[in-house]
Write a protein that binds this ligand. Structure first.
Ligand code: PMP
Length: 361
């Protein structure tokens, strides 16, 4: 019977290695979770709705309007989704012909662009960013646009935490106009708000932006994200989205989080996270098992270690859970560390110092 089930499964799904999310990899015993770029601080909300017998609206007007207000766009330029992950998937569903079209992404980057394309049977083209600067390889991108419908660019990039130059993004939009959509994943943009491309939406019909409440808004648990794009693109995505993607309690909480006071609180948490990051980077730079700390622009920092494997394991055993990046393109010996509270960072530094003292490099 098991064999039959495998035979029934689509070929590409048989071969697929699913996304290794922080929660899937484990670390449940951990006490300090620095592996999923979540907010270390929780914000409490009370659900105001008491009755759930009716389906919610597919695209709740009040939520769309609140987010449109937050990003200074019109309601017609906003789609609400089950996290930014659903946005990545819907774009492939709506724009890519399986077996014919392709997507481009620029590793090392977020894995879900590749995985969604593989699930859909859509071809992938990897154009790595330039080593060390992590900037776009525009020459190779231009040479590889054949059959490409979507180009995913993560900015700030996960896991490098680097920023792509705005002039390069604008050039990419120019050379792809009429051929491909450029999808800029701004999941972490609140940590580097000046880098946002939302103001370019009005002049660039092939620009799509992904957003989420999972990071700076501290709401990873409710699963709520947004796609920002011109009206025609939003209408197209509305054709393929499921009938009731956002549950009533999620709409309720997301709406509250977008009120002025809560946005101010979010911005204060971002300031805190950014100052914790400066402290952590400074401390890391003084530790001898650290080979390199990469410049960070978000709520995580990429670090290259001497003896990265032992460090990762020792910290794991102590309940400090980080994200190993060694298998990714150009990231040998690298570990990604989410910015936690100052207390969590202190604990991490204490353990790294202890490790350095007992080992010589
Ligand atoms: N894009 C990037 C770059 C991410 O790191 C993540 C979450 N890890 C997502 C999208 C997905 O976010 P969401 O929780 O909104 O689905």
């Amino acid at each position: 019977m098991t064999d039959n089930i495998i035979k029934l499964t689509r070929n590409n799904i048989q071969k697929l290695t699913p996304y290794q999310s922080a929660r899937r990899i484990g670390g449940k015993h951990g006490t300090i979770w620095l592996n999923a770029n979540e907010s270390p601080i929780s914000v409490s909300f009370k659900s105001k709705k008491q009755s759930f017998n009716r389906y919610p609206e597919c695209q709740p007007n009040n939520l769309i309007s609140a987010y449109a207000g937050y990003v200074d766009l019109s309601c017609q330029q906003v789609l609400v989704t089950r996290g930014a992950d659903e946005g990545i998937e819907l774009l492939i569903k709506a724009f890519c012909e399986p077996g014919k079209d392709a997507i481009i992404y620029c590793p090392p980057t977020y894995d879900m662009y590749r995985i969604n394309a593989q699930i859909a049977g859509v071809k992938i083209k990897e154009i790595p960013t330039l080593k060390n600067t992590w900037q776009l390889d525009l020459l190779n991108l231009e040479l590889n646009l054949n059959e490409v419908k979507l180009i995913y660019v993560c900015n700030p990039n996960n896991p490098t935490s680097s920023i792509i130059l705005k002039k390069d993004l604008l050039l990419l939009l120019k050379i792809t106009l009429g051929k491909s959509l450029v999808v800029i994943d701004e999941a972490y943009i609140e940590f580097s708000p000046k880098e946002s491309m939302t103001c370019f939406l009005k002049d660039h019909p092939n620009l799509v932006i992904l957003r989420t409440l999972s990071k700076a808004f501290a709401l990873a648990g409710i699963r709520c994200g947004f796609v920002l794009a011109e009206k025609k693109i939003i209408e197209t995505l509305n054709k393929v989205i499921s009938p009731y993607p956002i549950s009533t309690p999620v709409i309720d909480i997301a709406l509250q989080s977008l009120q002025k006071d809560y946005i101010k609180l979010m911005q204060n948490r971002v300031l805190d996270s950014n100052s914790n990051r400066v402290w952590l980077v400074d401390q890391l730079n003084q530790i001898s098992c650290v080979e390199k700390v990469f410049e960070s622009n978000a709520n995580y920092v990429l670090v290259k270690f001497f003896m990265y494997e032992r460090i990762f394991q020792i910290l794991w055993n102590k309940g400090i859970i980080l994200r190993n990046q060694n298998e990714k393109v150009n990231l040998k010996k690298c570990i990604r560390i989410s910015i936690g509270t100052r207390l969590e960072s202190l604990e991490l530094i204490k353990e790294l110092k202890k490790f350095s003292k007992n080992n010589i490099y």
